[in-house]
Every structure is written in C-alpha cells, then in structure tokens.
Design a protein around this ligand. Sequence first.
Ligand SMILES: [Zn+2]
Ligand SMILES: [Zn+2]
Length: 311
Amino acid sequence: MALGLGSTGARTYLYAELVEIGEIATRDDVSLLVVSLDTNPFFWSTFSLSFSDFISHVLAFLNSILLLSQLNQVVVIATGCNSCAYIYDSSVDSSHGSDTSGMPALYSNLLRKLEEFVARDEQLGKAQMQGATASSLLSGSLSMALCYIQRVFRSGPLHPQPRILCLQGSPDGPEQYVAIMNSIFSAQRSTVPIDSCYIGSNNSAFLQQASYITGGIYYRPPQLDGLFQYLSMVFATDLHSRAFLRLPKSVGVDFRASCFCHKQTIDMGYVCSVCLSIFCEHHQKCSTCGKYIPKFCPAYRGDKHNGNALG
Ligand SMILES: [Zn+2]
Ligand SMILES: [Zn+2]
C-alpha cells in the first residue's frame, strides 16, 4: 500500500490515469463505493429518525470516504418507491471546492439532485395510482449499481475496488424477491460485496442474504443518534483492510424465500425439480419453465441460521 501521493495539480485524476502517468503504483486500498440511499417517504414519515438527520449522517460519511483517499470514488443512487436514479458521482463532479454559500460541493450537488428525485418519484407514484407500496425499489438500485460497476470493470484492468452499500430502512418487498436474488448472485459472480446498514425495526431478510452471499457486512445500528460513528467504523473500511479488522459478524440469516406465484414470504413450499422455482402450493405445471411435473420435489424449507436454502 503506497500512501503518499505526488502533486497532481488542481485537476482530479482518475485511478487509471494516475497509474498511467506513474503517479502511483498499483494500489489495493482504493475504493469505489456505490451507495443505495432509501428515500421511501412511507418509511421516513413514520420512522423515529428524521430523513434530514439521516442525510446529515450520510453526507458526513460520504465526505469522509472521499477524504480517506484522493482516488476513492463515491456514487449515490436514490432508491424511491417508484423509481431509482443516480444522484451523485464524485468522478464527474467538476466543482470540488465550496460553492458561494460555503457548503462543500458534494453536499449542495447531492442535495439538489436528491430534492429533484424525491419530487419526481412522488409524481410517478401519483401517476401510477397503484396505492401505497411500503417497500422501496431495492432491486432497481442494486441493478443500477451493478451496471455501473460492470462499466468500471470494462474500463480496463486498473480500477478501484468496488463495493455496494445499501442504506435501507423500508421493509422488504416480497414481490421483488426474484429480481433481488438475481442481483445478489450477479454481485457474487463479479465478487462485489454488498454491505447493508439496515435501520428499520425488524431485520431485512433480503439484505441479510445479500451480505451473507456476497461476503459483505450486514449491520443494524442499535442507536441511530450515532449513525455516523457506525457508518465510519464499520462501512468505511476498504476491502483490503477488512482482513485485519474485527468487524461485526452476522448472528443469523433469514433464508426464507418468496413464492413465485403470490410473491409472499413462505417457510415451507414446493420446488420445481427442473428450474428450482418455489411455490406455496402444488401446481400441475411450473409457471416459470412450463414443464408438466407429475410430482413436485420434497418441500423447500427456508431455515434461519442454516446455510442451505434448499434442503
Ligand atoms: Zn404462492
Ligand atoms: Zn420449473
């Protein structure tokens, strides 16, 4: 790990550029942090911590990531209940200084985009008139995060170490089960850890599985007054340094799945022997692969504290 950086002038260089011009040797502690930020108004209107307090903790945390290394990169994706959008990318943020109000550029740019996003997401909710959905669109933001990371992977052999951080409070949306599991397995295949900071009242089974399968950290802060402390102590650590630290271990993972027919979380169910689709009741024909199956496989058992989801 080379920590010293030569003078690179006023311009901010990308990681690959600095390696190319010989400013740095290859480094293993440079992070690309893609954050999924839960903006679901249905959650925040009923939660004990206000959204503005939450954002102030998160902004300080994101700023500290950028201060840790000049080469660190932060991307923020807002996760609403109807849509998701990129609201901040430190690599394209041209104004690195303070603006006229004395607020760092990170804060003012991100807050402006966030405000626009929340208004747009609310409009979409009104237009669709589907009624209140309690969950936020986590599957969408995970997909967007993975797309961004894939683009970084394809930019060349030299890139920062990517990881995803889900800052989530809304309850799981069982209807997103298949999409979220696909994202999780895609992240696992690309060796991208998904860290989860879940602040809701009950644990999130989706995020527990996401962090467990991808080798990330799942943590539920016990006191939200000190959210910044938890974020900076647990989630600011780069992948290289994690090997030397004693970070929180997950005490148990809720492996329950959602059935493909009604999108409801189930403890017991039936598994198609061809495509492994899960159903809460017996079907003559699998709705996923279309095969007629005279007899379904033995029941699926979603077990807590058990690594085998299919048993
Ligand atoms: Zn069902
Ligand atoms: Zn099937």
